[in-house]
Each structure stands twice: as C-alpha cells, then as structure tokens.
Design a protein around this ligand. Structure first.
Ligand SMILES: [Zn+2]
Length: 431
C-alpha cells in the first residue's frame, strides 16, 4: 500500500536510538520503550520487523503520503485529520523556534500518520522541505515539533563518455544528473559551444555528490574536468585562491573570460540603458536598450570579448552595426558605426580587444556615438549592470600551489578511461 515505507530491523533502529514505540492500545505508554519491552511484548514465534517511518514505529497506524497543494496551509492539512483548531494553534506556536509553518510550500512532500479508525485522527505530520531534512509535528500525548536531518554522504565520483548526441543526453546516459550537466556547461561556457558538437568530443569529470541512502540529492562540487572538443583538450581545475571556487586551465587562467569594461574610448556616457527614455530624434518616449558612449567620429571600437561575428551590415535605424556572439549566454552589438573594420563579416572569429569598427552616426543617431547593446540569454540587458563572471587568473603567490594541485587533479583524470567502443583496449593499455 505504501511503497515508500522505511523498514529497518529492530536492532538497527534501537541501536541508533530513534525508536518511538507507538501503540494503538491506549493502555500502552506512548513514550519511548526499551528494546527489552518491545521484545517481551511481542510474540516470539515470528519476529516481525516493525515498520519505522521518520523514526516512529507505524505498524498500528495508517500512513498517507501527499504533496502540498497550492495555497494549502498546515491547518488545511490537519483539519482533514480531526485535529482541532486549538491543537493547530498550539502546534504552530510550538513550531515557532523550529520551523515557520507559513513556509510550507507547494509540491513539497508531507506524510500524515493517523489512527486507523472512523475519526482518522492525525498522530503526526511530517513535512519535507528538502531531501536532506524533515520536520515532525508530533501530536501524540504532548504536542512537539522537531527537525531531523538525514545522514548525508558526500561521495567522490567520476564520469566519462563520448558526446554523440548532446552533452546533456550523453552525460545523463553515463549516470550524470541535469544539475551536473548544467555545472559543466556553465564551467566551459567560454571555451566550448555545446550547440556545436564534433564527432569524437569527449568528457571526463571528477566531482563530489551528496547522497542519502545511495540516492543523489545534489552535486557538492566539481573537482576537475577534461573536455575534448574538436581534438583540443580543455582542462578545468577547481581552485579557491581566497575568493571562493573558480575554474582554471592548465596555466592557471580563469576559464571565465571578462568583457572589456568599455568597448570604446569615450568622452561621456550620453544615454544609459533604460526601459523608457525620450528619443532625441524620434521625439517620443521609447525604450533605450543600450548604452550610448559619445565619442568623435572615427574613434576605434573594440570587440568586448572573444567571439564570432553574427552580423556586420547597414540597417535603417541601427546604421552600420556589428553583432558578436561570445558564447551560448552572451552577445554584444555595436551601432551607428561610420565604418566597419575590414575583415569583419559574419562567421569571422574575433579576439577580445580586436578593432571591429569606428564611431559614427549612421542610422537613427543625433550625433557621433557608439550605442552598445548587451545580450544575455537572448534578452537585452544593461551592459553597465550585468553581473559578469570574475576572471582573475591564479595570483603569482598562489601559482606554485595551484600547479601542484593541478598535477594531482590531472593525474586522477588520467586514470579515468574514456568510455568508447574500444573501452577494453584503453583499460588494457592502462596496465
Ligand atoms: Zn543607443
């Protein structure tokens, strides 16, 4: 009936001291009983394992599992199980220092342990805010509320494989989780365009995973990874040089690249990004989804970051303009150029700081300026406010330590064979 019921042996349960012996029989004590009493009371012919759920013996009760509905409160749940308003009030009060009952959220799991009679009175409500802990609202003889944490293991794991379909599908095939794929894709966002996979692209990742009863409840951290993309190998080593974990390459450079703070030497910012502004040429209110840098005609404009040109053309309103795709997340666009630099055309790769054009006032512009547009995940954002990843390399004083650690991570990565069709050959050659 209840397939998720947790069943442990008596010995185990008693030894971890979690047994609350609960009996339907009113003459029995509802408090903790010792192992001896349990055994003495039970019929010795067949020793039946008690069903223990959330540290409570539930054999003589019914168990209903459910998930919180939208706008459902703890009262809504308990009133249906013959719990009075007064009891609920007491319970909410007792809960204050433990768990704010108003924080129960839709779709989270809860379990009601109730008396198997016509009244179906709740004896306990267990709410699970996350897979790592649960809140017990105990309604047995005296009302009490407590949080139990499940023992979480942090296990080191490795995963490897060939990307045949997509990083997502192939990593999941090898036992990865969507969270792990996201972390890896984010980490390599500047090096690899995961929408363009070449035959033979491969991945190896060393990471730690949080597990409960052998089931993954989340990724703790990535330790290191190697991606082979179009025959190039990309190493990533997680390292904390004092400002939190960042990922670094073979030489200690951050995998995340910064943008140039300003793509042009400007005299002033003549108009900021704003969802609404008075347009000087069109003489009406209009959103301005860029930052205007006023500068004399002919001032050089530089690519804000490495990337590929996706647009380089003349348009009626934007004038001569260039758009660069930096990675799956970021693109930038440069408007009103007097001239586009030679060689800048769609498909062309550019480096950060490379000359791409010159300030002008082509298209709809009141004077010479660069209108700089910044795109994040296909939407325009304020270039001056966008939260850009840090990109500091390993500092000189930490470089030796990093290099030693990197070698250690690399050594571990080298021990992981790539899972390919000739897996046996790789395994054999490792010896
Ligand atoms: Zn503008």
């Amino acid at each position: 009936m209840n397939k998720k019921i947790v069943s442990l042996t008596i010995t185990l349960a008693v030894s971890i001291g979690l047994v609350y012996f609960i009996s339907q029989d009113a003459s029995d004590s509802l408090s903790e009983v010792s192992k001896e009493v349990v055994l003495a009371d039970s019929v010795p012919e067949v020793i039946k394992e008690p069903k223990i759920l959330y540290g409570m013996v539930v054999d003589s009760f019914q168990v209903a599992e459910n998930s919180v509905k939208r706008n459902q409160s703890i009262s809504d749940i308990l009133l249906a199980y013959n719990v009075s308003h007064q009891q609920i009030f007491q319970l909410a009060n007792k809960s204050k220092s433990v768990f704010d009952v108003r924080k129960i959220a839709a779709n989270k799991k809860y379990t009601v342990i109730y008396q198997d009679d016509s009244l179906q009175s709740a004896k306990a409500l267990v709410y699970e805010p996350n897979p790592e802990e649960y809140v017990v609202f105990n309604l047995l003889d005296s009302i009490n509320v407590y949080i139990e944490k499940r023992p979480v293991n942090v296990e080191k794991r490795t995963i490897s494989g060939t990307i045949n379909t997509s990083l997502y599908e192939d990593m999941l095939d090898e036992g990865g989780t969507p969270e792990l794929v996201d972390l890896v894709a984010d980490m390599y966002g500047w090096q690899i365009d995961f929408t363009k996979i070449y035959p033979g692209d491969q991945f190896k990742v060393i990471y730690t995973e949080r597990t409960i009863d052998g089931k993954s409840v989340g990724i703790e951290e990535i330790i290191g990874a190697e991606l082979v993309h179009y025959k190039n190998s990309f190493l990533s080593v997680a390292f904390d040089q004092g400002q939190g974990i960042d990922y670094f390459d073979e030489e200690g450079k951050s995998l995340r690249k910064a943008f140039l703070r300003y793509p042009v030497k400007f005299t002033r910012i003549s108009s900021r990004y704003s969802p609404k502004r008075y347009h000087p040429v069109q003489k009406r209110y209009k959103a301005h989804l860029g930052t205007d840098y006023a500068a004399p005609t002919g001032t050089p404009i530089y690519a804000a970051g490495d990337g590929v040109i996706t647009k380089a053309l003349y348009e009626k309103f934007n004038g001569r303009n260039v758009k660069i795709r930096h990675n799956a997340t970021f693109s930038t666009q440069y408007l009103h150029m007097s001239r586009i630099a030679s060689g800048i055309k769609p498909g062309q790769k550019v480096k950060q700081g490379q000359l791409i054009g010159y300030v002008g006032s082509t298209g709809l512009a009141s004077g010479p300026h660069l209108c700089y547009r910044f795109w994040k995940n296909g939407r325009q954002v304020d270039a001056l406010k966008v939260d850009l990843p840090p990109s500091e390399p390993i500092h000189e004083d930490k470089l030796a330590a990093f290099m030693r650690y990197k070698d250690y991570v690399k050594f571990q990565l080298d021990q992981i064979p790539y899972k390919t069709d000739d897996k046996e050959v790789l395994l054999a050659s490792a010896h």
